[in-house]
Unconditional design. Structure first.
Ligand SMILES: [Zn+2]
Length: 366
């Protein structure tokens, strides 16, 4: 593989049938099918902004339009073809599956196992076999999840494991211990969601859930979105890595854009660390902890900080290129995402995060 060939470690090909029915904000659900239409969504956004003076609704409508345009009514192969078309020939992609059946947002039209089978077919297809690296999602509440993970890794040639704590579990959950031990022993890479944004658990937050299982801290009563950040906090990985110090772990989104901005705005370097700092500390402390810059790096205000970290050196070989296709479509077009970043970082730095580091993370020799 040429050192200039891109490996995008964070993409998705699941479609709207893999997403629970209550995923969209309530006010958009009745018009979900029409939102894919550009003219309709533009008119709706105009009404929200100009007539109702609800600028935030207008931007939500525009975001969901670009999102649904890709994710609706298509097979995973259709979505994959759209992704491949955005990048130079030779680019490879980690495809992260999602299991959203246990997040309290209603039923999922297409069962998780079907999502996996569809992706496994693509991995067997000679046209895509060498292009895609599928990751199997691990939710501790899914029955027989250890067997499912082993099957897809060993029989269907999936490459890694995906975790998404804010949908309702801690990454150090004991029910995942056997999977973590298996991953550590066999050097299977794990990508885990690590930003304040994204989807979150929609069910009832019980009193039992409000007790942090490690610190014993009584967590305050808040809305679900805020509460679920306790699951996502990078500090949780200290607990996981104490048990499994050699895990190959990618903290996806590198703490998230809001935390990067908080860091940039920090006046006094005391008080609680931002998630950017917590993630970077783990990357220094543990040999196989990485972070991808997917989604987060759609915001060019963050580029100088990324470049500085690549120049400083101590985590130069721990940062991974990913885009979060097609979630990031809500903010920026895929091609623009990677071209802007590549132009800013230049050829001294971009191949490090887009080729050299992903190869080590994924354990690709050639
Ligand atoms: Zn993602």
């Amino acid at each position: 593989m040429e050192p200039t060939n891109i490996i995008n470690v964070h993409t998705h090909t699941f479609n709207r049938r893999n997403v629970p029915v209550k995923f969209l904000p309530a006010f958009l659900r009745p018009v979900a099918d029409w939102l894919e239409n550009r003219i309709f969504s533009n008119i709706l956004a105009w009404i929200a902004e100009k007539l109702l003076r609800q600028k935030q609704y207008a931007s939500l409508i525009k975001k969901y339009h670009s999102f649904l345009k890709i994710g609706d009514g298509k097979t995973q192969e259709d979505v994959l073809k759209e992704l491949i078309a955005q990048y130079p020939i030779g680019t490879k992609f980690c495809i992260l599956t999602m299991d959203m059946e246990y997040m309290g947002a209603g039923p999922v039209p297409q069962p998780f196992e079907e999502q996996l089978r569809e992706l496994a077919m693509l991995k067997r297809d000679p046209r895509y076999r060498k292009i895609i690296y599928p990751f199997i999602f691990a939710h501790p509440e899914r029955p027989n999840i250890l067997e499912i993970v082993k099957h897809y890794i060993e029989v269907e040639n999936f490459t890694g494991i995906k975790l998404y704590p804010p949908i309702g579990y801690y990454p150090f959950d004991e029910r995942l211990d056997k999977i973590m031990a298996y991953a550590e022993k066999n050097r299977i890479p794990i990508t885990t969601h690590c930003s304040r944004g994204g989807v979150f658990y929609r069910g009832k937050i019980t009193d039992a859930m409000r007790l942090h299982p490690i610190t014993g801290e009584r967590l305050p009563k808040t809305d679900n979105k805020t509460f679920c950040q306790h699951f996502t906090d990078p500090a949780n990985y200290e607990c996981l890595l104490k048990k499994f110090p050699n895990l190959v772990l990618n903290l996806a989104h590198f703490g998230g854009g809001s935390e990067w901005l908080k860091y940039l705005d920090k006046k006094i370097f005391s008080g609680e660390d931002t998630w950017l700092e917590k993630a970077a500390d783990l990357m220094v402390e543990y040999p196989n902890v990485y972070a991808d810059i997917s989604y987060t790096m759609y915001d060019p205000r963050l580029f100088p900080q990324l470049k500085a970290m690549l120049q400083l050196g101590h985590i130069r070989y721990k940062i991974l290129f990913g885009s979060d296709f097609y979630m990031v479509e809500r903010e920026i077009a895929e091609r623009e995402f990677f071209l802007k970043l590549r132009a800013f970082l230049g050829e001294d730095h971009y191949p490090i995060i887009a080729n050299i580091n992903p190869r080590v993370f994924l354990g690709i020799v050639k």
